[in-house]
Structures are given as C-alpha cells and as structure tokens.
Design a protein. Structure first.
Length: 718
C-alpha cells in the first residue's frame, strides 16, 4: 500500500511508504461495505465488504433488486438501509435493509418500507439525535429533479430488553475509558413503518451532498432540472423547527458528496474542480476552507463514507474509465492513503463503514476527542514554525501566505468586480430603518441585504441606497447598489440566476424586484433625477386590515378641500428647515450654507371610495430631508381638521437668512423681519413641526432618466 501526502508549498502529491495502516482503531473489527452501482452500463445489486483487519475484499449478499445511484445509511441498530435508486428498467421506490450484526454468511437483504415517489441520484443521511433516516431530493420518474424530503423513524426510544455490552479502551495518556455499546433489537413491524413527508427543499436537486449534525440536515451543490450545470447553492433543514434556510454557497459549482467527521462537516467535490477536492464547512461562521485536492484527477461518481478521523472514497470513473480506486484521507494529518482496489469496478455506488464495538455516536465523540488532542499536541510546534517563518525574507513571507490562503470566504484572487443595482421592495415594520445602526442590535434593511448577498458571493464594501428610510417606513422602488465579483454576473443567464438566488435568501418581507449591471461610477443617491414618496391616510373608520400601511385619522373630521389646499402649499421651491428633524442652529447661519432649500416638483392627491376611505398624498422631488414628508403630512392634517390654517404653512415655508458677516458686529438679537429683497430674516431657532407616524409612508419610485429606465417602477410611476 502507498500513503499519498501533499507538499505544503504546491499541493503536489508525493508518495511515501508505510509499513502499517492506521485504519484499524484500537484493533476492533471494522468493515467497509460497497453497495450497488452501475458497472459498464449495467445496474448491479452486488455488495462487497472490505476488512480493515485482513485488508481483503470479500463478496457479500446481493440485494433483491439491482440498484444504482441509491441512498445508503448505517443506523444505530446495526442495519444498513439502501434506499430507492435506478433499477434495471426504471427508477425504484423500494428499500432494503441488511443486518450486519450477523455473520457474513447469514446476512441477507430484506425489503423495508417503500418511498412514495420512485427516484434515483438521491442522497440519504442518518440523524443521530432524532434516530431518523432522511431521503433527500433525487431524479424522479427519470424526468425532473425533485425537492422532496422524506424521513423514516423506525426505532422506539425505550431500550427495554436490549443487550448492553461494555468495552474498555485506553487513551494516549494511559487512562482507561469504558464504553457501553447497546445492541438494539428492532421488531419487524418497526421496519415496515411508512416514510413521512417533510417540508420541501428550497431548490430541487440531484447528485448532491447530504450530511447531518446536531439535529440539522445540510445539503450542498448537485444539479437541477433542465440543465447539467452543477449548482453552488446550499441549504440546511432544522429538525426541531421543521424549516429550511439557505446557507453560504459553495466556492465552486459541483456535484458532490458530504460527510460528518469528528462532528465537523466535509464536502468532497466530484471532478476535483480548480484543484478543490475536499472542503471543510464551518457551521458557526458559515464559511468554507479548502483542505486538499483529490489524489485522482477527473474523478467522478465515487462513494464517500467516514469513520474515526478518516474519510473513505471508493469506486467511480477516473478520467473517463471505470475504476475500483479506494483511498482514505485523514482530516488531522491531511494524508491520503491508497487502499486495495474494489474487485468489481463500478460508479454511482454507495458505501458505509461498520464497527462492532463503536457506535455511531461514540465514533463522533472519539473522533472529536482525537482532533482536540491532535490540535493540542501540535499547538506549540505550529507556533514555533510560525515564529521561524516570520524571520524569513518579506517577499517569501508574502508569497507563502498567498500560496497557502485556502479560505474561500476572502478570495483575493478575484480581482475584477462589477456593480449591480437592485430595485427592492420591503415592509419596514420590523426594521430599524434602511441604514445600519452603529452600536446597536437593531435589524436594518441594509444589514439584511448584505447578509443575503454574502451568502451568494463576497461583496466588496457595503451596499449603498438612494435614500435612508426611517424606522417603520416602507418602500416599493428603493434602488440599492452592491459591488460583486464579475464571475457571478458576467452574462444575462448568470445575472438571472443571481437574482433567483438572492430572492430565496432574503426574508419574506423583502422582495428583490429587478436587477441590472451599472457603471462603477453609478451613485444611487446623487444620480437620482426624481423621487416619489406617498403617504396614506385612512379617513372613514378605524381600520383593522392594512393598519400598518396607513395613518388612521378617522377620529377627526377631515375636510378634503382644506387638505388639498394645504398640500399644494408645498409645491415649488421653499425653505423646509421647519419641516426637518435636525434643525441647525440659525445663529450665524448664512443663506449660502442653507441646504434645506428644496424643490417639490409635483404634489398628487388621490381619494379612494373604497370600504375604508383613504387619501394618498404623493410628493415628487429630487431630494428630501430627514422626516420631511412626515412633518409635511402632519401639518396638512392639522389644516384639514381645523387646528391650523393654510397661511400658517405658507409662513413656515420661508427662506431663513442671516445678515452677512459685515453686520455680525451688531449686537441686536431681535428678529429682523424686513429687508429690501422681501426675504424674511431671523436669528432665532424656531421649533419644528410634529411628525406623522411612519407606518403610512412609502417610497414609491426613483427616476434616473432614460439611461436607467429599468430602475424606475413604471407601473408605480403612472
């Protein structure tokens, strides 16, 4: 046998002889079962068993039905469960189980509960916590990918009458540990229970990787219907909440397998794309780290299983040829070991590892303990190596750091970026405005969008918007820009796929209406020609439905004529200082510095005659100040209900001007309300108007002119 390791500098496989294998853990009986598959165009039901003690393959029992591209799991009961797959003539929905607690000659495959939908190219996993088998996705009826998730729970939680054996192992420190291995007796009727349908996947897929950890089912990559191009998307199913959530995409699209080793998740990509063979997925940080490339180039259709600290790969197609290649990879030492080849070459098979003395749960616990011990032993060694590396030449240091940078969460090789513009609709009720707030845990639209975008790719900097809506304010046509890797949006097809991915990753109260590429110089705020804000007033009766989108003013007698007259006062150029939240100190405030002089180009009022009479007041202008529209609305309502007059609004819409610096030596602090140019001047700060509730305000659309007409929601503009 050969051991294959990877050079630290260039990841080129190098061979080193080994006198003994480290596969056998503490000397216990351990076997790998290779099950089913396709061999030279034929579907087979053959089972082969490899002994890690004798290092020999032997013939096992043949399944009742030949099946390839099947799902296989090993359970706590000592049963191997084979699920569905492609039969001789069509897809299968039948399942079979094999009791490996018996001697090999007495082992026979027996039919168990069948799936409702026949399919192949599926994946399966066993949840240690819930004691359930999960069958995930696949290619149903030979026509399309499916998003089906089925579970089978065939164990009772009680262990009455079960036999318990105690085994003793010795740690590296010489301490003895006792383990109880329970042999669970499963009644025949338990194995005939029906599969239960669970919530469907976010994305239908086949030839994907599946594994379980801590009551969660993780899914990676694969392909979907209508295309043979691999997927990058990934998702997780929470068994306790019974719901799916998207997680960060794979760094490369790929068909793949997945497994849990030492309670950590590893993804093995078919074909070794871009020399990425094995990835480690960190569930805490939602990131991927490259671990190693595969020992064989262009290796597809292999089976993956794991035990202890090792991942095992067997079978498949190597450079277009059928192979029985068999390798193990130690996640601690990062060393590949070539094992005796499978005697009957095949692809699309499945494999499991079985130990008579170590349960599935103890296997994960022991593996995690070994990983912790290994990390502890090598901590000082790695620290000394790092100190030595720091003394190297600066150029060599930078070169080495670049060559060893395997964290695809911060990919420095992707130097070309493009800017995309999104038209976003959102319900602002649950958000603390659009802009992210410093030193607070309040959720904003900005942080939510950034999190969703970073699930697809690594964006550069922060997203920018055309405006900063307040807490509780809604939007139909908010324009947002983000800088993303050009590979993600290089053509129209990828751009459409990017939009579809993003829509599945934002909450239900946020909708991405459209997407387009824009110039890097595009600024969504400064380049806006016009904006429309619309405020809704409910006049007739107290509202129940839709109250989060209107200000209920039914308690007052609103005069529509006065309301329209008051609203029209705001059209044109005015000084809106008294209609802004942050009024600056007007003492020594010059007209040149006053940026509160704005123009409202149009005021539109629509009155509905529906069950609950409503008034929609729209303001159009190039820019608006903080809470300006809501203060204008409050002033309009005050006029309409008779507590203020139209003239009061006109008086407040004045240009506040301060005498020039030449007259600043004058100590007269009284108001100077007269001047030759007819402009009212004042040096005194005046209280601003009250603010209407945020719930009734919506950003309707933003217009950027002819060049960016697709960013303006035309139906809303009309």
């Amino acid at each position: 046998m050969q051991q294959v390791s990877f050079n630290n500098n260039n990841n080129i496989p190098t061979s080193s002889s080994s006198s003994k294998s480290n596969n056998n853990i503490n000397g216990e009986e351990m076997y790998l079962y290779a099950i089913g598959g396709r061999s030279f165009g034929k579907t087979i039901g053959l089972t082969n068993r490899y002994s890690f003690q004798t290092k020999l393959w032997e013939r096992g029992p043949t399944m009742n039905e030949p099946r390839g591209s099947l799902g296989v799991v090993f359970t706590d009961t000592g049963l191997i469960y084979s699920i569905a797959g492609s039969g001789v003539k069509s897809n299968l929905n039948s399942c079979e189980y094999l009791n490996v607690n018996k001697p090999l000659k007495e082992q026979n495959w027996t039919f168990g509960a069948s799936l409702e939908v026949p399919r192949h190219a599926l994946s399966a996993t066993y949840s240690i916590e819930s004691k359930k088998i999960y069958c995930v996705g696949g290619w149903q009826y030979g026509k399309e990918s499916c998003a089906t998730l089925d579970s089978l729970h065939f164990m009772n939680n009680n262990n009455n009458g079960n036999m318990t054996n105690t085994t003793t192992t010795t740690t590296q420190e010489g301490q003895q540990e006792h383990h109880q291995q329970t042999e669970i007796v499963v009644e025949e009727e338990e194995l005939q229970k029906k599969w239960i349908s669970c919530p469907r996947l976010i994305t239908a897929r086949k030839l994907h990787g599946v594994c379980s950890k801590n009551n969660k089912i993780y899914i990676f990559g694969g392909t979907t219907a209508g295309t043979f191009k691999p997927l990058t998307s990934a998702e997780v199913y929470d068994e306790t909440k019974r719901e799916w959530s998207p997680i960060r995409d794979l760094p490369r699209p790929a068909q793949c397998c997945a497994t849990t080793v030492c309670n950590e998740i590893y993804i093995i990509l078919w074909g070794n794309p871009k020399n990425i063979g094995i990835l480690h997925y960190n569930t805490s940080t939602d990131t991927y780290v490259k671990i190693s490339k595969l020992p064989i180039s262009n290796w597809f259709g292999f089976a993956v299983t794991s035990f202890g600290t090792k991942i095992y790969l067997v079978g498949g197609i190597e450079n277009g040829k059928w192979t029985g290649a068999f390798y193990s990879f130690d996640v601690l030492t990062k060393i590949w070991e070539q094992l005796p080849s499978l005697p009957f070459v095949r692809r699309r098979l499945s494999a499991v590892v079985y130990s008579k003395k170590i349960s599935i749960q103890d296997n994960q616990i022991n593996g995690k303990r070994k990983m912790d011990e290994y990390m502890k032993q090598n901590y000082n060694k790695n620290r000394n190596n790092n100190n030595n590396n720091n003394n190297n030449n600066g150029k060599n240091k930078k070169k080495k750091r670049k060559m060893n940078d395997n964290n695809y969460n911060n990919n420095e090789n992707m130097k070309k970026y493009e800017k995309i513009a999104l038209v976003v609709e959102y319900d602002g009720k649950q958000y603390h405005g659009f802009q992210a707030q410093d030193n607070t845990n309040d959720i904003s639209i900005q942080t939510t969008l950034e999190k969703a975008l970073n699930m697809i790719c690594t964006i550069q900097g922060r997203v920018n918007s055309a405006g900063r809506t307040d807490s509780g304010v809604h939007a139909i046509g908010m324009v947002v820009t983000a800088v993303v890797p050009s590979l993600s949006v290089s053509n129209d097809i990828l751009l459409k796929q990017f939009l579809q991915k993003l829509r599945t990753r934002v909450p239900k109260d946020i909708s991405i209406r459209t997407i387009c590429k824009v110039a890097m110089s595009f600024n969504p705020r400064k380049m806006a020609h016009n904006k429309r804000y619309t405020y809704c007033l409910a006049l007739d009766m107290p509202i129940a439905l839709g109250r989060q989108y209107a200000w209920d003013v039914s308690c007052w007698n609103i005069d529509i004529t006065l309301l329209k007259d008051a609203a029209k006062c705001f059209q044109g150029m005015h000084d809106f200082t008294l209609f802004c939240e942050r009024q600056k100190d007007i003492v020594n405030f010059t007209k040149k510095d006053n940026n509160n002089i704005l123009t409202i180009s149009n005021v539109i009022i629509n009155v509905t005659n529906s069950r609950d009479k409503k008034v929609y007041i729209s303001f159009e202008g190039k820019s608006f100040r903080h809470k300006q529209v809501r203060k204008m609305i409050h002033a309009i309502v005050d006029v309409a209900r008779g507590v203020k007059t139209k003239e009061d609004i006109e008086t407040q819409l004045v240009v506040l001007d301060v005498a020039s610096s030449s007259s600043s030596n004058n100590n007269n602090n009284n108001h100077n309300l007269g001047s030759n140019d007819g402009v009212i001047r004042t040096k005194t700060k005046i209280p601003t108007n009250p603010t209407a509730p945020a719930c009734g305000l919506t950003l309707s659309w933003i217009d950027y002119g002819e060049g960016y007409s697709n960013l303006c929601m035309k139906e809303e503009k009309k």
